[in-house]
Design a protein around this ligand. Structure first.
Ligand code: 6PG
Length: 499
């Protein structure tokens, strides 16, 4: 470092690549900063990378905390889970009331709620902040989703606005809401990330196995698509992956990589939370399931040998199918974002986060993994109509979706007919078809539940709930037991709902 300030204005706990890069980013914007890691190796790395900057590294927690000006502002970037709690316990020994502690990792929102409540009791300002953009984002401009203690955020705002990615001059950071709102929004961001990644992977599968395209043709196609409405970070990196050769070979590294996808759990949390608030996000659910399914490699190999033939090429004009595949991908991506936004709106009410969907779309336009040109349309939709119930109701989105719907239907139909798995594509299409259906066959489910369990049903044009004795009384012993047969059977009897 060039010169030692008496006190540093910001501290970072956890000097992995993300922590170091974020710290260097903050230092580049004129702030004197300190970093702490138990591992001396990480501290040395920080020192090496920060030559000439107002940055200092510590492996002693007390010296680190004492080096920061009070009230202190300290961020943790450590793996989610028990490590975060352990770091908090360690830091609490040295922190003073009024200090600000930020969790910049991918913590589960319920952990963040718990930590905020317990730290508030000891006078510490705690807030959870989702940080997206990977290593490069952290170094040159991430998208950040802070939530929790608003006053504490206001103190940090100038720093975060300085280091965030910018789109049309606007920083990709904004206060999300109270409690764990920041981590909740980041979790849903990751759920959308899972959905988009699975869709791109399925697109690759269709290109390769359904349309017989080689890697170079796939690279060219993704490159071309990334210049149009599909332009987004994930398609952009995909085209690069299709250009990257395994060291000292003339084939793609991609072809050497196992087809078993890993995950750290944020996609699963999104699905779990969606189930908790009874809000459908089937594309994201399928993306999570497909990562899990992919891990059953040995089982897949056994079944592949058992159920022949393997998927056949798609029937139809290949060029036309490729054009429709672009439509299908765009359609499904729009639906994935729509599911994520719908979940945010619903959970916001349940958890009292008061999330502003336009603001969220705005800060996702740059820096983060799901950034895309389509986020401008999402931003416009929720900006123009703050009460918009669902993205698919927006007139501009409606126009776009209508134009690509035929392609989505053709591709899903052709892939299914060819014996190819396209679960995220299918889920996106079925979600859409169901949601635009004014009368679903769900009346039958109501009737079945009432039949076997006297769970009651509702009637069109009538208030209240009803129960019917669906078969003659005492006719069948099994039925009697399950249906709680009443003394005086009536064909349609209003009842109090079952508890
Ligand atoms: C981001 C990413 C990041 C996430 C990785 C890995 O926004 O920068 O979402 O936070 O940790 O993408 O996630 P999985 O291991 O669950 O795929």
């Amino acid at each position: 470092m060039s010169e030692t300030p008496t006190k540093y204005s910001f501290g970072m706990i956890g000097l992995g690549t993300m922590g170091r890069n974020l710290l260097l980013n903050i230092a580049d914007h004129g702030f004197a900063v300190a970093g702490y890691d138990k591992s001396q190796k990480q501290v040395d790395l920080l020192r090496e990378e920060s030559e000439g900057k107002a940055v200092e590294g510590f492996s002693d927690p007390e010296a680190f905390v004492q080096s920061i000006a009070t009230p202190r502002a300290i961020m943790m970037l450590v793996p989610a889970g028990p490590i975060v709690d352990a770091v908090i316990v360690e830091m609490q020994q040295y922190l003073s009331p009024g200090d600000i502690l930020i969790d910049g990792g991918n913590s589960h929102f319920t952990d963040t709620e718990r930590r905020a409540t317990s730290l508030e009791k000891v006078g510490l300002h705690f807030f959870g902040m989702g940080v997206s953009g990977g290593e490069e984002g952290a170094r040159f401009g991430p998208s950040m989703m802070p939530g929790g203690d608003r006053e504490a955020y206001k103190v940090m705002q100038p720093v975060f606005e300085a280091i965030a990615a910018k789109v049309d001059g606007a920083p990709c950071v904004a206060y999300m809401g109270p409690g764990a709102a920041g981590h909740y929004v980041k979790m849903v961001h990751n759920g959308i990330e899972y959905g988009l990644m699975e869709l791109i992977a399925e697109t690759y599968g269709v290109m390769k196995n359904g349309l017989g395209m080689d890697n170079e043709a796939i690279r060219q196609t993704f490159t071309k698509w990334n210049e149009g409405r599909l332009q987004c970070y994930l398609v952009d990196i995909t085209k690069d992956i299709f250009a990257y050769k395994a060291p000292d070979t003339d084939h793609l590294l991609l072809d050497d990589i196992r087809d078993e996808a890993r995950s750290k759990g944020t996609g699963k949390w999104t699905s779990q939370s969606a189930m908790d608030v009874a809000l459908p996000i089937p594309t994201i659910d399928n993306a999570v399931s497909m990562r899990d399914l992919s891990k059953f490699k040995a089982l897949r190999e056994q079944l592949a040998a058992l159920y022949l033939p393997v998927a056949s090429p798609l029937s139809g004009d290949k060029e036309e199918l490729l054009r429709q595949l672009e439509e299908a991908l765009y359609f499904s991506m729009v639906v994935t974002y729509a599911q994520g936004m719908h979940l945010l709106a619903s959970a916001s009410k349940d958890l009292k986060y008061d999330l502003q969907l336009a603001t969220i779309a705005k800060i996702w336009r740059g820096g983060c993994i799901i950034r895309s040109v389509f986020l401008n349309d999402i931003f416009n939709a929720f900006e123009q109509n703050k009460e918009l119930e669902h993205l698919l109701l927006d007139p501009n989105v409606q126009k776009q979706v209508t134009s690509v719907l035929p392609g989505a239907r053709t591709v899903v139909g052709a892939a299914v007919a060819a014996g190819m798995a396209v679960p995220a594509f299918s889920a996106s299409l079925s979600y859409f078809e169901a949601l635009r259906t004014a009368r679903l066959p769900s009346n039958l489910i109501q009737a079945q539940r009432d039949y076997f369990g006297a769970h009651t049903y509702e009637l069109i044009g009538h208030e209240g709930v009803f129960h019917t004795q669906w078969t003659p009384k005492h006719e069948d012993a099994t039925f009697k037991k399950g249906a709680q047969v009443e003394e005086e059977p009536q064909s349609q009897q209003p009842v109090t709902p079952n508890k």
